[in-house]
Every structure is written in structure tokens, then in C-alpha cells.
Design a binder for this molecule. Structure first.
Ligand SMILES: [Zn+2]
Length: 350
């Protein structure tokens, strides 16, 4: 996520903090040390919650690059939606389960250390003991809130994964999305009646997240129906490694192709995308050869690959285009625009 600062790394996952979070800390600092302690502790448990999701996801081969803390909570950026419903079920359950575990494990120790009066008193930061009780109950609230069966909460994903065992993924998503919309409207209604602005904001957030989940799944399902062979044309240009960046820029303007394989002796030795070329001109000037900036060891696509797979591969490698290879020779270049064109054609047909 942009405008985030990396704090540290655990199990290959960067823990980042969005700059708006520092604003929150700054505001809280004015309220006193106990508030600061409360906020830092809450976010500690939010990170643990996201880590629980991430570690289970990693077990299923899903890449998790980073966890970002925002003032509204944590976000683990996963490379894709899990393939199997039971994987999504376990990944989604892991977060709330962590908070529930904290609640169960610390109940008796805190009961004796703080005493029932403080442990069961209304949430406050009156004393440090009250603050610790506050942090303890926040774990229960985190678990309960995340188990609401609506996207983007974990409960929405758990609901979808249970439904998806019985019906298609797309249909399961649609039902879970409708659930999300109903919850959003309910929250919005309660918020309006009681004049509770935060509840209204949450309602709008849930409504939009549910809709966006449905769109993403629709795109994914549409892309699964097509292969690379359906979209690429065999007309494309390649570069020699000695081609200068000014020459490449000229080619982009004349051909509308923006990403090129670099060929030597009939074999592909590298690949450049529009971004590489623009960055290369900035750093090395127009007369540098393309071999200076080309990417080596890049993943390749085959004609039989689904567009869904192609899109995932592009996202995972942060590339907007990839070469298509057949019998060790490059036969086409597939771009993210080629893929999104299929989707826009398919959706306007309806
Ligand atoms: Zn979660």
C-alpha cells in the first residue's frame, strides 16, 4: 500500500504502517499515556490477527507480501483468492480464532490479577488495570465484529466458503454479497435513527466492499473461460539487444505495442515493459541499449493458460505484459489490456 512505512518483517511478511496511523497516534498522545498504550496494544492484536490469516494462507501457497496497519484496522495483501473453499474457510477463521484464543487463555490470569470488579467494569482507561481489561475485551470485540457474515469481514468469507461447498463459487459469492448488503442497510438504518455517524460510515464501507467482491469474482470467473490463445495476435515486434531506448520509444509510438521480447539467435534473452523503458530513459538516457534494462528470467505464458492464470502471474510479478511461448519460441505478447478488453466485451454483451 502506498504511503506506508515498513516497521519490521516476520516470516517474510513486511509489517507496514500507513502514515495516517501516525496521525492517530499523535492525536492520542495528547490524551495521555494510557490512551497511547491502549492504541498500540490494540494494533498489536490486530497485527497478530492478520498474521494468523497470513500464516495459514502461506501454508496453502498464497503469497502474502505485507500487512498494513490503517487507523480502521489491518489489511493483509494476499496474491489471490484461495482456490478451494476449505482453504478460504481456514484462512478466514484463523484471524478471529486468534482473538478468541487470547480471550480464553487470559481470562483466569486477568480474573485473579485485576479482580472481577475491574475486569467486568465498563471499558475505560481510568487506571492501567482498567486499560489492560479494556485491551482484553477489545479482542472479543475484534473477533465478534470480524465474524459478522458480510464482506469484507472474515465472516463474509467464511459464509461464502461454506456456501461454495454446495454450489458454485460465483453463486456463493452472490449470496454472501447480498448478506453484506442487508447488513450494511441494517447498520445504516440504525446509524440514521440514532444519529451515529461512525455506524453510517461502516455501513457505506461494507456495502461498497461487498459490491467490489462480487465484481472481482465475476471478473475472475469470466477470465477462467478464456485462454491466452483466444486473445493474442501473432503480429508483434521483437527487439535486438543492441536496440537503443530512443529506437524503442519510436517503435512504441508507431506500433502501439509497448512491451517487447528481446531476441538473440531465435531465443528470448529478456523482456521489457513500458514501465521499464520509461524508467530506463530516465536513469540511463536515450542512447542506452535495451540489454541494459531488460528483465531476465521472467515467467512465460502458454497458449492454453487461462486468462485468470495469466492475470495472476502478471500481478504476482508486477508486470503489465508477458511473452507467450510455444516450443521454446516467443509467438506473442499478452498484456493486461488484452485481458481487460475481454472482460469489458463480455460484460457489455449482457
Ligand atoms: Zn480478519
Amino acid at each position: 500500500m502506498r504511503r506506508s512505512i515498513k516497521l519490521f518483517e516476520i516470516a517474510g511478511i513486511s509489517i507496514k504502517v500507513h502514515i495516517t496511523f501516525f496521525l492517530l497516534l499523535f492525536l492520542v498522545l495528547g490524551l495521555g499515556l494510557k490512551w497511547l498504550f491502549l492504541i498500540v496494544a490494540i494494533f498489536f492484536f490486530v497485527v497478530l490477527h492478520e498474521l494468523a490469516h497470513s500464516l495459514v494462507a502461506k501454508k496453502f501457497g498464497i503469497q502474502v507480501k505485507e500487512i498494513t496497519l490503517l487507523p480502521i484496522g489491518g489489511v493483509a495483501s494476499m496474491s489471490k483468492i484461495p482456490d478451494k473453499p476449505y482453504q478460504e474457510f481456514l484462512i478466514s477463521l484463523a484471524g478471529p480464532l486468534l482473538n478468541i484464543t487470547v480471550v480464553l487463555v487470559f481470562f483466569f490470569p486477568l480474573y485473579y490479577l485485576l479482580g472481577p470488579e475491574i475486569l467486568f467494569s465498563p471499558l475505560s482507561v481510568r487506571t492501567f488495570k482498567h486499560t489492560i481489561a479494556h485491551i482484553y475485551w477489545i479482542n472479543l470485540i475484534l473477533a465478534a465484529f470480524n465474524l459478522i457474515p458480510a464482506f469484507p469481514m472474515d465472516g463474509g468469507r467464511i459464509l461464502r466458503s461454506i456456501l461454495a461447498q454446495r454450489m458454485g463459487f460465483q453463486k456463493a459469492t452472490r449470496i454472501a454479497v447480498n448478506f453484506g448488503h442487508v447488513f450494511a442497510l441494517l447498520f445504516g438504518y440504525i446509524g440514521l435513527i440514532h444519529g451515529h455517524i461512525i455506524l453510517i460510515v461502516i455501513a457505506v464501507f461494507i456495502y461498497m466492499a461487498a459490491s467490489s467482491e462480487e465484481l472481482q469474482v465475476d471478473i475472475k470467473e469470466t477470465l477462467k473461460k478464456f485462454t491466452i490463445k483466444d486473445i493474442v495476435s501473432s503480429q508483434f515486434l521483437t527487439l535486438e539487444k543492441t536496440a537503443t531506448l530512443s529506437k524503442v520509444l519510436e517503435l512504441i509510438f508507431h506500433s502501439h505495442q509497448e512491451d517487447f521480447p528481446i531476441i538473440e539467435g531465435g531465443q528470448m534473452i529478456g523482456f521489457v515493459t513500458r514501465k521499464d523503458i520509461i524508467g530506463g530513459i530516465h536513469q540511463r538516457g536515450m542512447s542506452a541499449p535495451v540489454s541494459d534494462i531488460m528483465r531476465k528470467n521472467i515467467p512465460v505464458l502458454r497458449e492454453s493458460d487461462s486468462l485468470d492464470k495469466a492475470q495472476n502471474l502478471m500481478q504476482d510479478n508486477d508486470m503489465r505484459a508477458l511473452p507467450v511461448v510455444k516450443n521454446n519460441a516467443v509467438i506473442a505478447v499478452a498484456t493486461i489490456e488484452d485481458i481487460s478488453r475481454v472482460y469489458s466485451v463480455m460484460t457489455t454483451k449482457r
